[in-house]
Design a protein around this ligand. Sequence first.
Ligand SMILES: C[S@@+](CC[C@H](N)C(=O)[O-])C[C@H]1O[C@@H](n2cnc3c(N)ncnc32)[C@H](O)[C@@H]1O
Length: 223
Amino acid sequence: MIPWEEIDRAKIPGHKGEVTLRRRGSEFSIRTLDTELMNSRLHGSEDALAELTCNRVEKSNLKILIGGLGMGYTLAAAIKQSEPDTLITVSELIPAVAKWNREHLGHLAGMPLDNPRVTLRVEDIAKTIGKKKSAWDVILLDVDNGHEGLTQKTNDRLYNKAGLKKSFSALCPKGILGIWSSNDDEAFTRRLKQVGFQVQTKSIRARKSKKNSRHTIWLAEKP
Ligand SMILES: C[S@@+](CC[C@H](N)C(=O)[O-])C[C@H]1O[C@@H](n2cnc3c(N)ncnc32)[C@H](O)[C@@H]1O
């Protein structure tokens, strides 16, 4: 068995913790001290987050917001789904994750940051969402392992009622919010509905072709 090699580590802004980038052969892992945030072998559900949402909106002049970057699989899937006039913004909290994508990880998802239709903002996606009303056709949230702050505690504000209302306002009419999670939660589905979304949940395999763990994706549409 090839041992893991640590490539780099970095502080999480506004948080006591750190994230590390590790490699084992061709496999890469980004983790906080106690939890893996992303592994390059498992991205079926990260791809599906972009595929399931982008397929539900009118495709002309799409504006897509993705948080966070991770290893760029959701971004690459959004690029694949989009048209030449689509603009995609990615908000990534941790500057080192952006740097790692440029230096070590870009090849994994086909160098999505090099696409001229992609803008990377190194900022908290809560801030990006709060900036403008009716700005986005699609907002994709994959910043924690679910609908509770993991990378940083303040991410809870993305999933509480006030935070979901902000995403609702930031979406254009008929826009869609997609949220990735390691598990389903009926109470969270109810919260999305209370804010005004029409909601579906999808159970998606972590790796498309394999029988392995399933993840949940909430598809929350603004009427
Ligand atoms: C699970 S990974 C995303 C995986 C990504 N979907 C992919 O395809 O590789 C979570 C990412 O969200 C970032 N993140 C965490 N909190 C954030 C926030 N509040 N705003 C923006 N990015 C955030 C993390 O630094 C990490 O890069």
